[in-house]
Each structure stands twice: as C-alpha cells, then as structure tokens.
Design a protein around this ligand. Structure first.
Ligand code: FAD
Ligand code: SF4
Length: 497
C-alpha cells in the first residue's frame, strides 16, 4: 500500500465517458481515450489492504486485487501485469465488460464508494499490451495429446489457452465465420472494440492454438469423429437458445430476437454488409427485456439513428441503494444501474413516454398489431403489480408505436440441434444444460463441458473461470495430474444471502 491514508484523502473517480453527442456518432468505445492512466494510480492507492479481501472471493477468477492495486500505486506495471495474468487470461475483456461484483464486495464499500477495481484491471491489461508484457507464452514441450474445443467464446478460448500453454495440441472449432463467441457477434463495438479480441487471438495463434471457424460440430463434423480424432473434447457451445414471447401478433415482420439484431449490427461494423439489414435507422424501436442484452440493443439502435427507442422491463424500478437486509454487503445487489446506453438514451430523449433513461418498468407486453402488409406497427402493454408480474393493473394499458421490436428475454441453454448434446450424446438436465460431474466431465467419457452451456446464461468472468477450471480437469484426465489452476467448481455460484 503506497499511501496508507489514500482511502481517506482520495475520492472515487471513474474513467470518464466521452460526451453523449460525440460518442453516439461513432462505434468507438465510450470512454475518453488516455483519460484513465493519469487517475488510476491514486485510485489504486485507495485500496486499504484490508487483510481479508472479500473482493477476491467476489471475483470468480480469484483475481489478486489488493496485490495489483499496490503494484499500480507503486507504478510497477510489469509486476502488476504478471499478477493479473496469473489468474485471468483476458483481463482487457473483463476490465471493459465485467459488472464488477468485486466492487460490491470491496471492504471500503461498507461505508464509502468502492475502489475502482475494474478500471485498475483494464489499465493494467492495456499497459501490459502497450509495454510489451503480453507476448505469446508457447509451451516448452508438447505432450503429444490432442484436445478439441467446441465453441470459441470466453470459456472455450480460456480453456484452449490454458491447455495449449501446458503442452497439449488444441484445435478450437467454431460454427460462425469468425472466432470469439458472444465477444464477437453479441457484444457491441462501443462496449469493446474487436481489435481487443483479435489481438488476443493473435497471441493464442502464436502460442500454437489452432482455430477452425465455419465448422458446426454435429453437422460438418460429428462428435463421434472428434472423439475418435482427439484425446479429449471440451464442449463450450454457450447458451444460445433464446426465450420466445408467445403473444398475439408475434408472427408480424419487424419483430426479431436481440441475437438476430446484434450480430447483424456487429457484422456491419466489421464491414461485411453495411448498413445492417435490420438497421433501426428512422424506425420506432421497442426493446422487450430490461437486462444487459436489451441495453446493448438500446445503444446500438441509438447509434443506427432510430426515430425513438423504448426499453420495457417487467420488473419494478429498482432501488438506487442496496437493501441492507435483503442483499447485505458483500452480495452484488440488484440496484438501479445507469449503463452508458441508458445515459445516452436519457440525454437524447430517445423515449418520450418512458422513464428518463428510456426504460418503462413493470411493463408487460400484451400483443402486437400490424399493417396490411403484415409489418408490426404497435406494441400494446400493461403495467403489472410489482409483487406479482402476472397481475395487470387495470386502466394502465398503453400503445407504443413500433416498427422494429427487439426481443431480449434471455437464453435457456445450448442449441440442441445437430445431435451434439442430448441422447445419445452428453446428457442434459431439465433446463437443457449439459450435465457434468465435479471434474467438469459429461456423461460421455473424455467429453467435458464448460461455460454457459453447462452453467446457464452467465457472465464473461464466469466463462473464463470455467475455461480455466475445465482445462485443469482435462489436463488431469490426460496426464494423471495437473499444475493448472482451477478457480471454481462446476456448482459454484455467486454469493447470495
Ligand atoms: C448481447 C449480450 C451481451 C453480453 N454482454 C455481457 C457483458 O457486457 N459482460 C458480461 O460479463 N457478460 C455479458 N454477456 C454474457 C457473456 O457474453 C456470456 O456469459 C459468455 O460469452 C459465455 O461464454 P461461453 O464461452 O460459454 O459461450 P459463448 O460466448 O456463447 O460462445 C459459444 C460459441 O459456441 C459456438 N457454437 C455453438 N454450437 C456450436 C457447434 N455445434 N459447433 C461449433 N461451434 C458452436 C457459438 O457459435 C458461439 O460462438 C452478454 C451476453 C449477450 C447475449
Ligand atoms: S474480473 Fe470482474 S469481478 Fe474479477 S476483478 Fe475484474 S471486474 Fe472484478
């Protein structure tokens, strides 16, 4: 700890965002370039080195937060980068995208604003690249064992990097034309530009990981073929089966799933097809679903030039402060959070009928109505009781103009098509998630599962932790022992009361 009184003398200061009017005119990240480095040292120095760092436990990766806070405060970027990479393969992803449960568990957060842990993490990650501390780390010798990883999201990539570095020959199969999973085609550019992903993939290629994009396992190559060709298989296929909204009018054109809309926008940014065929430009957009995927749709629609954008959340407006009884420290609480996209929509007045930041709370969709051509034109909604989402409040029906409706209702589990999972392959549970034992092994010998496919819809930090842990399990299966770290067990979950 550079300054033992830092937490008393320095107030919390976050990486500033660019002005709304500027940032909605491009797809670059929302933060002011270069504005983090000058403030991050004193911010890291706010860490009290409290002795029992609950932030460790709150981070599924077990990131060594007080250690790298101290190193940043002392300007020792090399050591900080080493400590960070000791527990996290991709800190530039989590530093930009993680909701930072660690900050909810920060001891300082008991009675003061938490240390800006996520900002410190991304500063270290970016400095590691800039100063040349993040070069490839190829294995010293090869084991002669071959592993197939199916799916190239953060879980598959973390598993592949760990297994490659320990000497196994790893091939990553991906059904999309580009590698990256939701990092590539789900998460919009303004949250993380794709050059961050491409740079890591370059590192992984240099270490020896091989990538096979455009190959759907179960169709282009069967699971049985993979099992014959490889000594172990890791299924990291994500939870890509989306929830439907079964209300009258769902069949109208112009009602699409968020994960149809966002990939099209990401492809347009990548120069594949511009503008996106589903572009919101000039359209009245309603997003059904109050979560982060909905917020990503909101920021994307605003940038595409939508005429209006409203986001519906069936849950009531959350409290702005933690409920100390229901969700006491160090639990990550459900509170009112203002994402960059909500800030933009609020400032631009994108949704005149909604709450200040474009969200309508306690709102349940009743039906859609359309025009003679079968195109959606309006969404009919009703307010529901905060304690019972099935009970409408009389007299609260509203009609919103809608030419484009985006369904962001979450995901149920992995895609069951193609015979990759389910009978006669790896068993799935009632929800459709891949069943595994304490060693991440599925019901088929030599086949392991990690990430959203087995855990259910989650977060990037959990996916990376899953990838690291399954790699340790696979290494042990192949060699009888392992020195690889396993930060989580398959049934570990975030802390609750
Ligand atoms: C729009 C959106 C935004 C999000 N934003 C955030 C965020 O800001 N922060 C955060 O922490 N979390 C976020 N999440 C959640 C996070 O992205 C996921 O939890 C994480 O990506 C899961 O990683 P994964 O590796 O398990 O699966 P995925 O990232 O889903 O990757 C699975 C991959 O497997 C491939 N695949 C599937 N079947 C096959 C097959 N048969 N053959 C070959 N390949 C196959 C898929 O094409 C996909 O590329 C977001 C999710 C969504 C949908
Ligand atoms: S990965 Fe997420 S939880 Fe872990 S230290 Fe970074 S921001 Fe915090």
């Amino acid at each position: 700890m550079g300054d033992p009184k830092g937490f008393l003398t320095t107030t919390r200061q976050e990486w500033p965002r660019r002005p709304v009017a500027e940032r909605v005119g491009d797809w670059d990240e929302v933060y002011v370039p270069g504005a983090l480095l000058p403030i991050v040292g004193p911010q890291a120095d706010r860490c009290m080195d409290c002795g029992i760092p609950f932030c460790h436990d709150a981070c599924p990766l077990g990131n060594l937060i007080p250690e790298w806070n101290d190193l940043v405060a002392r300007d020792d970027w090399r050591a900080a980068a080493d400590r960070l990479h000791a527990t996290n393969n991709f800190p530039e992803f989590t530093g930009r995208l993680c909701p930072a449960p660690c900050e909810s568990g920060c001891v300082l957060a008991i009675n003061q604003p938490a240390v800006t842990i996520k900002n410190v993490e991304v500063a270290i990650a970016d400095q590691a690249w800039e100063r040349g501390f993040a070069g490839p780390r190829p294995p010293e010798r090869l084991s002669g064992r071959r592993v197939a990883v199916v799916g190239s999201g953060p879980a598959g990539l973390a598993a592949a990097q760990q297994l490659t570095r320990t000497g196994h020959t790893v091939v990553v199969y991906e059904r999309e034309d580009r590698i990256g999973g939701l990092l590539r085609y789900g998460i919009p550019e303004f949250k993380m530009t794709k050059d961050q992903l491409d740079r890591r993939l370059g590192q992984m290629r240099a270490e020896g990981t091989k990538f096979r994009p455009g190959v759907t396992v179960g169709i282009d190559v069967t699971r049985a073929e993979l099992e014959a060709r490889y000594d172990a298989v890791v299924l990291a296929v994500g939870a890509t089966s989306w929830r439907e909204l079964d209300v009258p009018g769902r069949e109208l054109s112009g009602i699409v799933q968020a994960m149809e809309y966002l990939p099209a926008a990401n492809r347009a940014c990548d120069g594949d097809r511009a503008p996106s065929p589903l572009s919101a430009a000039g359209r009245h957009v309603v997003i059904v679903g109050g979560g982060d995927t909905g917020a990503d749709c909101l920021g994307t629609a605003v940038r595409e030039g939508a005429a209006s954008v409203t986001q519906l959340d069936i849950h009531p407006l959350p409290e702005s402060e933690r409920d100390e009884v229901a969700e006491p420290w160090p639990v990550h609480p459900k509170i009112y959070r203002m994402s960059a996209a909500h800030e933009e929509a609020g400032e631009l007045g994108s949704a005149p009928v909604a709450h200040a930041d474009a969200r309508l709370f306690s709102a349940s969709t009743l039906r859609f109505t359309g025009d003679a051509q079968g195109r959606v034109r309006a969404l009919h909604l009703v307010e529901v009781e905060p304690q019972d989402r099935r009970r409408p409040r009389t007299g609260t029906e509203q009609v919103l103009r809608a030419d484009l409706v985006l369904l962001a209702l979450g995901f149920t589990g992995p895609d069951p098509s193609g015979g990759l999972i389910g009978h006669p392959g790896p068993a799935v549970d009632r929800r459709g998630l891949v069943v595994r034992d304490a060693d991440f092994a599925t019901t088929v010998p030599g086949v392991f599962a990690a990430g959203d496919a087995a855990r259910g819809q989650s977060l990037i930090v959990w996916a990376i932790a899953e990838g690291r842990s399954v790699a340790a399990a696979v290494d042990r299966y192949l060699t009888g022992r392992t020195g690889l770290p396993a930060p989580i067990a398959p049934d570990d979950r975030p802390a609750t009361v």
